[in-house]
Design a binder for this molecule. Structure first.
Ligand code: NAP
Length: 327
């Protein structure tokens, strides 16, 4: 049965693991949710258009010269930005999103770069263009984080947050606790498909810092970049230390913390040795956990057990349903 009569035309900038999972999800739910992919644009594979809707099997034509040209030609209602993360600047995803706003298109992204580096400016541009800007999948792969606060916590001030948000570091520490080296832990994380292309980005805490900055920018109006997060990675941890801690009932976690302090927001990422029974340590494997510290609701949280690309795709989908309700 149809839930939303609002038919939205969707254009995908980027068609990798997330884009393909998202296309599969839209196809599976097409009866109840009449969303149509009218264009797909990639860097190397080319560009595809079909105003009637692109199915799961299609051929790419020559690449559009730019995301702007792609959007002009595909004429969507919503641009979905799911290109590769640039951990140092957030570009060119920021420019892709700006091109969409200039055309008065709603934007949904799973790319945390723009939220970590340019959130306040992009939010202002979306308001000027009178369009929606959604990014649920940027932190915790589609588990409700931003939408929980937006939809379910009216009037609440987020005073701070505590999160274990990087799957690779958890896999690496777990491997070291079994007596193996950090390099072997990184290889295990890579074999599970959770490590970034350059695993140093995870180990040195940059991935956690980007997520911390994104959370602070959206939930605490922090206006920071990942460079503004006090950051220590797990690179100094030794196998002996990991084994000794584990034998004593402790584990090492790369913890993200945000806290209001006077007029500023203090942000940090650092390894913390916590009892294995600590709530932060209870989400095992690649699972993530985030606690919000609030003024009216005490501390509440979100847990995502072994999330994968299907959950990231669901985050995009939930944002799209929200956008459909708003238009
Ligand atoms: N994978 C996850 O579970 C997950 C979870 C949360 C968030 N994310 C975020 O979601 C985004 C997509 O992840 P993914 O795993 O799908 O990445 P991916 O498999 O590497 O795919 C990236 C796609 O972006 C395209 N692309 C790169 N630069 C481009 C440019 N300048 N213009 C147009 N297209 C460009 C690539 O084109 P080609 O195909 O031609 O190379 C490819 O289709 C990333 O920002 C990632 O951080 C992913």
């Amino acid at each position: 049965m149809g839930c939303y009569s609002q038919e939205l035309r969707v254009a995908l900038i980027g068609y990798g693991n997330v884009g393909k999972a998202f296309a599969r999800l839209l196809f599976a739910k097409r009866g109840a949710y009449p969303f149509r992919i009218v264009g797909v644009h990639t860097k190397r594979h080319g560009t595809a258009y079909d105003t009637k809707g692109i199915g799961l099997q299609f051929s790419f034509g020559p690449p559009a010269s730019s995301a702007a040209e792609f959007l002009d030609r595909s004429k969507p209602d919503v641009a979905i930005e799911i290109t590769t993360l640039n951990p140092h600047t957030g570009e060119p995803a920021i420019s892709h999103i700006q091109a969409a706003f200039e055309r008065h298109l709603h934007v949904i992204t799973a790319n945390k770069g723009p939220i970590a580096y340019a959130y306040a400016g992009l939010r202002a541009e979306a308001q000027i263009a009178q369009v929606e800007f959604r990014f649920e999948s940027t932190v915790m792969d589609g588990a409700p984080v931003f939408n929980t606060v937006r939809n379910n916590l009216p009037g609440v001030t987020i005073k701070g947050f505590t999160g274990v948000l990087n799957s690779t570091s958890k896999i690496v520490v777990g491997t070291m606790e079994r007596g193996l080296s950090m390099a072997e832990g990184i290889r295990e994380a890579q074999s599970l498909g959770v490590a970034e292309a350059d695993a140093a980005y995870d180990i040195d805490g940059w991935d956690s810092a980007a997520k911390t900055a994104a959370l602070a920018n959206v939930l605490m109006d922090a206006c920071v970049t990942p460079q503004g997060v006090q950051r220590h990675g797990i690179g100094q941890l030794t196998t002996d230390e990991a084994i000794t801690a584990a034998k004593a009932g402790y584990t090492t976690l790369l913890v993200s913390r945000g806290e209001r302090s006077g007029g500023t927001v203090r942000l940090q990422v650092k390894p913390e040795v916590v009892p294995q029974t600590d709530i932060l340590a209870t989400a095992k494997g690649t699972s993530n956990l985030l606690l919000f510290h609030t003024d009216l609701m005490g501390t509440i949280g979100t847990v995502s057990i072994n999330p994968g690309v299907e959950q990231t795709a669901y985050g995009l989908f939930s944002d799209l349903v929200d956008v459909a309700k708003s238009v």
